[in-house]
Ligand binder design. Structure first.
Ligand SMILES: *Cc1c(COP(=O)(O)O)cnc(C)c1O
Length: 364
């Protein structure tokens, strides 16, 4: 008998397409530019982008210049997508942005100056997006800066502003009054740049209501199955399924520990399955606090996550060495695992590393 030799990450591109359709239907009429920074939230930017291009996406957001360059190369001439780079225009990056035909998201006055200087020197108009801070205090022009730029006449010389955008800080809580405040501020900003297309909503914002959609939505986590309110949403399908094989099964007596440390001492006889994945594969170590796996049709509590191995309490389950345990997927919900680990779904996905075998389902 051949046993599986490594954990397995299965990426279901049909589920991705399903989620994209759900989000677009929700944002009826708006264009959608998927966010595929950090290698498509760890699931493979090239595969994700090619499939979503086939589903009708014509633009994508990445964070880094290098991500944009890799994506341009992966998409090739047959997929001439607009690629927005959220890091914007960093010093010295002009020729690389231009060579890969990337659209920087300018988020400060120095970035705008650097871009206009480059455009003047190259003698060619540069396509850019402008980001305004409407309350998140992370990046983007202040309202006063946006106003000064809009009214100055020449501070955008040589730039072709194709998109005006802002980002919501509290959208996962629809009742947070900051959403409305940001909406009002963004309306002010929009009036300064008449005729420019606008983008406001990431996954959570798309679900807040029609006034948040604008011309272009920027879905990230919900494409990959994460609920917009940081809890499972039945409309969305799991895209990533992470499984590891059982390597050992043992019975442990009360008073014994399992793994490391006195906080894994058990108080009842426990049947333990040890599976071949750990935090080196991106399973967050703290997910023992309410984390679970799925075996033989039931949830099985995580006892401890070590670097290469995870111990689960499998009760009386029918189980053999070599059986697969699901650690994330349709039965082990991304948002629940994130909550158990004290983090967000985004982090659970991006951590899934390269050690597991990767399998793609569905047409790329
Ligand atoms: C990451 C990011 C998104 C996508 O956010 P999700 O919560 O994953 O949908 C959209 N816009 C900006 C500016 C981002 O940084």
């Amino acid at each position: 008998m051949f046993l599986p030799t490594s954990a397995r990450l299965t990426i279901d591109l049909d589920a991705l397409a399903h989620n994209f359709a759900v989000l677009r239907a929700q944002a009826a009429g708006a264009d959608a530019a998927p966010v595929i920074k950090a290698d498509g939230y760890g699931l493979g930017a090239a595969q994700v982008a090619r499939r979503l291009w086939a589903e009708g996406a014509k633009g994508f957001f990445v964070a880094r210049l290098s991500e944009g360059e890799s994506l341009r190369a992966a998409l090739g001439a047959e997929h001439p997508a607009t690629i927005y780079v959220l890091d914007g225009f960093l010093a010295g990056a002009g020729s690389r942005l231009a060579a890969a035909r990337l659209t920087p998201v300018l988020s400060s006055l120095p970035q705008i100056e650097a871009a206009t200087t480059f455009a003047a020197a190259s003698g060619q108009a540069l396509s850019v997006a402008l980001q305004v801070d409407t309350g998140m205090n992370r990046q983007g022009l202040t309202l006063a800066e946006a106003e000064a730029v809009a009214l100055s006449g020449d501070r955008l010389r040589g730039l072709d502003v194709v998109l005006l955008m802002s980002h919501l800080g509290s959208a996962t809580d629809p009742n947070d009054p900051r959403n409305q405040l940001q909406l009002e501020r963004f309306a002010q900003v929009r009036s300064l740049f008449p005729g420019v297309r606008t983008s406001f909503a990431a996954s959570a914002g798309i679900m807040l209501g029609p006034e948040y959609r604008n011309d272009l939505i920027r879905p990230g986590i919900s494409l990959y199955g994460g609920g917009p309110e940081e809890r499972p949403d039945a409309r969305l399908h799991a895209v990533a399924k992470f499984e590891a094989p059982i390597l050992y099964i043992r019975n442990v007596e009360p008073g014994e520990l399992i793994g490391y440390g006195s906080n894994t001492v058990i108080d009842k006889p426990t049947r333990v399955a040890v599976v071949g994945a750990g935090y080196a594969d991106g399973i967050i170590r703290s997910s023992r606090n309410g984390g679970y796996g799925w075996l033989a049709g039931e949830r099985r509590s995580v006892i401890i996550v070590t670097m290469d191995l995870i111990a689960l309490d499998i009760g009386a389950a029918q189980a053999r060495i070599g059986d697969w345990v699901e650690l994330l997927g349709p039965n082990v919900l991304l948002d629940e695992i994130a909550t158990a680990a004290g983090t967000v779904a985004h982090e659970c996905l991006v951590r899934l590393g390269d050690r597991a075998e990767r399998v793609y389902l569905g047409e790329a």
